[in-house]
Design a protein around this ligand. Structure first.
Ligand code: GDP
Ligand code: MG
Length: 202
């Protein structure tokens, strides 16, 4: 757990978008508090939650590592040395009425576009969410991570991984499947997205 107070190099606003019920709030609580609830009503409607991370080691340039092998041993701080505070915004259910305001998107450098792998309609709606995001985004380079959530419900799967991968590739999105319930890939989803954002601004 890499929380480190208010000492950071970058503050990134990240927005969660996608249909109601896909697991946005549970992904947020899994990533920022390592908790999960099966009862969505028990979710406290927070505006945003934060977590501070180090940019992953793999971002270290191969050259730097070659020049000074000590960099390989001393880890992230020595090589890239960047601490990113993610301020992740969640909706309070407005997505049900497609009533998300432009204030929600304002200043976002990235988005996690979430669908439910057991509900095909939520994947079909991803295209609309992407359009909404791009209509509101401050610049065209907003990093978007497509997230297929609820992989723990394997017997109910309705969206093939390959179909989502093709869509992501075509739209230039990163893509990962997650389970907020069993925590699979939740850190990966956020950390990969944050690393992309860091690359986009640095
Ligand atoms: P939101 O409307 O997108 O914020 O969705 P919620 O986070 O409120 O989740 C909606 C429902 O799906 C809740 O009952 C959650 O417990 C459940 N849920 C969320 N993520 C998962 C998951 O990864 N697996 C399973 N099985 N259920 C999940
Ligand atoms: Mg929610």
């Amino acid at each position: 757990w890499e929380q480190s107070g208010d000492d950071y190099d970058y503050l990134f606003k990240v927005v969660l978008i996608g249909d109601s019920g896909v697991g946005k709030s549970q992904l947020l609580s899994r990533f920022t508090r390592n908790t999960f609830s099966l009862d969505s009503k028990s979710t406290i409607g927070v505006e945003f939650a934060t977590r501070t991370i180090q940019v992953p080691f793999f971002l270290c340039s191969a050259l730097l590592c070659l020049v000074d092998p000590q960099n390989l041993l001393s880890g992230t701080r020595q090589v890239e040395g960047k601490t990113i505070k993610a301020q992740i915004w969640d909706t309070a259910g407005q997505e049900r009425y497609r009533a998300i305001t432009s204030a929600y998107y304002r200043g976002a450098v990235g988005a996690l576009l979430v669908y439910d792998v057991t509900k095909a309609a939520t994947f079909q709606n991803a295209r609309r969410w992407l359009k909404e995001l791009r209509d509101h985004a401050d610049d065209a380079h907003t990093v978007v991570m497509l997230v297929g959530n609820k992989t723990d419900l394997a017997h109910l799967r309705a969206v093939a991984r390959g179909d989502a991968a093709v869509f992501a590739e075509r739209e230039g999105l990163a893509f990962v499947e997650t389970s907020a319930l069993d925590a699979t890939n939740v850190d990966t989803a956020f950390q990969t997205a944050l690393a992309e954002m860091y690359r986009a601004v640095s």
